[in-house]
Design a binder for this molecule. Structure first.
Ligand code: PLP
Length: 405
């Protein structure tokens, strides 16, 4: 026992703690705006109808077995996943210079991408990654785990509750040449603030000029606009412009497959030979990390991506989820501005994108929401729009109004 006495106690994760407190709260009108998972209008997890259909097909397929998948994953899955994010006509795919690896959801893709960089990227000085301030908290730990030091870049401006575009460009310009920048492909977590296409192009200009590397994290394709292609715009634009990049892809949110851990890492290289060499090294890394990736979720997503009928149905399901979230934004905005006439500007509720919204509430106001109104939200002011529904939105608006007055 003495052997482990020097292990320090780590405080529990805030969001998980929040969910635990929500669960035991007996208050009837309690609301959980902390979770990063989609909920339907009755606050229930939603199994996508297309996933039910695909699951039934897998169950009835007696040619399937439980053999190992190839190290780099189910080929039908990784090929289709690459087309989904890079575009079916992507030159990177047709020229054989995209390497795709099946990963343990988006987290695994971020990890493998970071590990690959830590081994093979020609860092200009100490290994660093530039992360948006703020970002998904796990980004810090994922890069530190592989010996890459996170550095913040300006992203969110609390004064405008929007993008600090000048600060962002400035950080790109001031970073040493060949620095690695982590970019959220769409639906930025936690702020819900994305650059516009014009701003993406200006960001791309500096990235090209300074030979920076774009580490795209794409955990919400389809969740931003409801349209898979529109949400892949920035990634595809950067590929077209010849920006050196990789993309981490997750099917947790857009297919509701959170627990199945279906993801992929796509590294885009300059030519086929470099891609073949990179693929060989990614195989070595993958083998020692997870061995062979899991088959069930990859088979499900592969069926959905490769069957035109299921694919169409999936896009409809995504529209359902994105549409409900957008409706909640409109309703909350309307209640605050027209019904309660809450002081302050609330346009950001409408304009922010994806599952999350930064309300602009300060720490004290957030605490009041939790302790006084039983509305569970993160201390940084982030709320999950998916936690809102037609039954709770009025109570949330009314409480927000009281808390900010
Ligand atoms: N990246 C971002 C920005 C996220 O918000 C998340 C999930 O919350 C992930 C990656 C990874 O999620 P998962 O590993 O469940 O795919």
């Amino acid at each position: 026992t003495e052997l482990w006495q020097q292990v320090p106690l780590e405080p529990p994760d805030n969001i998980f703690e929040l969910t635990a407190a929500y669960k035991v709260d007996p208050f009837a009108k309690k609301v959980n705006l902390g979770v990063g998972a989609y909920r339907d209008d009755d606050n229930k997890p939603w199994v996508l109808p297309v996933v039910r259909k695909a699951t039934a097909r897998l169950l009835n397929d007696d040619t399937l077995d439980h053999e190992y998948l190839p190290i780099l994953g189910l080929p039908e899955y990784t090929t289709a996943a690459a087309k989904l994010i890079l575009g079916s006509e992507s030159p990177a795919i047709s020229e054989g210079r995209a390497v795709s690896v099946q990963t343990i959801s988006g987290t695994g893709a971020n990890h493998l991408g970071a590990l690959f960089l830590s081994r093979f990227y020609g860092f200009n000085g100490p290994a660093k990654v530039y992360l948006s301030n703020p970002t998904w908290v796990n980004h810090h730990a994922i890069f530190r785990n592989v010996g890459i030091e996170p550095v913040d870049y300006a992203y969110y401006d609390p004064k405008t509750i929007g993008l600090d575009f000048t600060g962002f460009l400035d950080a790109l310009r001031k970073a040493p040449d060949r620095s690695v920048f982590l970019l959220h492909a769409c639906a930025h977590n936690p702020t819900g603030v994305d650059p516009t296409p014009k701003q993406w192009d200006a960001i791309g200009d500096v990235i090209l000029e300074k030979k920076l590397f774009a580490f795209f994290d794409c955990a919400y394709q389809g969740f931003a606009s409801g349209d898979m292609d529109l949400d892949a715009w920035a990634v595809r634009r950067f590929v077209d412009r010849g920006v050196p990049l990789l993309v981490c892809q997750s099917f947790a949110k857009n297919a509701g497959l959170y627990g199945e851990r279906v993801g992929a890492l796509h590294v885009v290289l300059s030519d086929k030979k470099t891609a073949d060499w990179a693929r060989s090294q990614l195989s070595v890394l993958q083998r020692s990390e997870i061995g062979n990736p899991p088959s069930h979720g990859a088979r499900l997503v592969s069926l959905i991506l490769n069957d035109p009928e299921l694919f169409t149905e999936w896009k409809r399901d995504i529209e359902t989820m994105a549409g409900r979230i957008i409706d909640m934004r409109k309703e909350l905005y309307q209640l605050l501005t027209e019904v309660y006439k809450t002081p302050g500007k609330w346009d950001h509720i409408l304009n922010q994108i994806g599952m999350f919204s930064f309300t602009g509430l300060n720490g004290e106001q957030c605490r009041a929401m939790v302790e006084w109104a039983h509305i569970y939200m993160a201390g940084n002011g982030r709320i999950s729009m998916a936690g809102l529904n037609s039954h709770s939105v009025e109570y949330v608006a009314e409480s927000l109004d009281k808390v900010v007055r």
